[in-house]
Design a protein around this ligand. Structure first.
Ligand code: FAD
Ligand code: DHB
Length: 391
């Protein structure tokens, strides 16, 4: 098989890239190791930055998002029994975010790709990227029990943190920057209308909690749990009781309960692989970088990377210049490191480390109080949360 751009992975990065290339008249083939149902149901991100919303609309993938997504103009920070609302449009000159789940973004992009785009092969596992530093990179893969080779002009590794693409960069040229955290998130989906109309990020002495949503009738909630926690250790009553404690306020706010339909634990990690390009292999999204989820940045970074790649390739096609392709890694990494910084700040602002001292607790409260009382500090959060410009 032969194509211009071989895309490994049909998460948000790979699917959006295939769509952007299709719109620009560039052919691609997407290889995805899992089946369609798995990709469409994997519960992950929920928040789209303004820039991501704009990209999806411009790509012709925004119709259902515009009908069913929920525009959010702020978040609530909850700490020391207080509630503080951060008003995004007011602080950022009109920017907001959209609550529209990653599962829905993927469903929309898959439907478009199957209807209008190039080949998208499910249960097609990439085994290795070969000859990345030549004019003819190749992807070896296994599909329906047989091995095949996809010959490409370019390969984009959109295969997430556990994928194979990153391994094709020689160790002597790679640098990894990494940090792990001694806690994770227990996430639940519950069939109950959200208890608040905006997201609530709560800092509590017992640990962090987050109230989010998937729609006006489905709540998504997260609890900080110790590293290595098994979701089965938590029965439903224990989850609700812990959420009640962590969201507690002085004004008697109540959390609504409903049947829990899903429960899982996500570990936390900060990770950046540099460079994001080796020859004609480009890494995008979680294949190149991971952020802890507290800042809601992972999916949005993946979108930024593939927009940068698509623009660079179109530029190459239109002008013959490889200048933007050559600058891909540097261009993406500027934005990536800002998101790493913000995600780290939000994580350390709101979570309680197991070895936290009273001094650490007071510092956290002082940082939160600074955001609640200084327009400059609050604006810094609002600008980062609603998203850094794509370029
Ligand atoms: P992925 O979504 O991981 O997709 C990679 C794809 O490649 C997968 O489909 C995988 O099956 C496939 N693949 C892997 N190996 C191979 C192979 N060898 N061959 C073929 N295919 C392969 N981000 C936000 O922006 N906002 C949020 O609110 C947010 N919340 C989150 C909450 C949680 C609990 C978690 C876990 C993540 C959250 N994220 C959030 C992060 C976000 O989900 C990820 O950053 C995003 O999925 C990255 O997209 P991707 O396409 O790069 O990678
Ligand atoms: C969701 C996830 C996040 O990491 C976040 O910061 C906000 C919302 C969510 O899944 O809804």
């Amino acid at each position: 098989m032969r194509t211009t751009v071989g895309i490994i992975g049909a998460g948000p990065a790979g699917l959006l890239l295939a769509r952007l290339l299709h719109n620009a008249g560039i052919d691609s083939v997407v290889l995805e190791s899992r089946d369609r149902a798995y990709v469409e149901q994997r519960q992950r991100a929920g928040i789209l930055e303004q820039g991501t919303v704009d990209v999806l609309r411009a790509a012709g993938a925004g119709a259902r998002m515009d009908r069913e997504g929920l525009r959010h103009d702020g978040i609530e920070l909850r700490f020391a029994d207080q509630r503080h609302r951060v008003d995004f449009p007011e602080l950022t000159g009109g920017r907001s975010v959209m609550v529209y789940a990653q599962t829905e973004v993927c469903k929309d992009l898959i439907a478009l790709q199957l209807k209008e785009g190039g080949p998208l092969l499910f249960e097609a596992e990439a085994l290795a990227v070969e000859d990345a530093d030549t004019e003819r990179p190749r992807v070896r893969f296994r599909h329906e029990g047989t091995e095949g080779v996809l010959e490409c002009d370019y390969v984009v590794g959109c295969d997430g943190f556990w994928g194979v693409a990153r391994k094709a960069v020689p160790a002597s040229l790679s640098r990894v920057f990494e940090r792990t955290y001694p806690f994770g998130w227990l996430g639940i989906l519950a069939d109950v209308p959200p208890s608040h109309d905006e997201l609530v990020y709560a800092r509590h002495d017992r640990g962090f909690a987050l109230l989010s949503m998937r729609s006006t009738s489905v709540s998504r909630l997260y609890l900080q749990v110790p590293d290595g926690t098994d979701a089965d250790e938590w029965d439903d009553e224990a989850v609700w009781a812990e959420l009640d404690r962590r969201f507690e306020t002085a004004d008697g706010w109540r959390l609504r309960r409903g049947p829990i339909t899903q429960k899982s634990v996500t570990p936390m990690r900060s990770f950046v692989h540099e460079p994001m390009r080796h020859g004609r292999l480009f890494l995008a999204g979680d294949a190149a970088h991971i952020v802890p989820p507290t800042g809601a940045k992972g999916l949005n970074l993946a979108v930024g990377d593939v927009v940068t790649f698509a623009r660079a390739l179109v530029h190459r096609k239109e002008t013959g210049s490889a200048e933007l392709l050559d600058a891909y890694s540097e261009t993406c990494l500027r934005r990536v490191w800002q998101a790493e910084r913000f995600s780290y700040d939000m994580t350390t602002l709101l979570h309680r480390a197991p070895d936290a001292t009273p001094f650490d607790d007071r510092l956290q409260l002082a940082r939160l109080s600074r955001i609640a009382t200084s327009r400059a500090a609050e604006t810094d959060l609002a600008e980062a949360y609603t998203g850094f410009p794509l370029h």
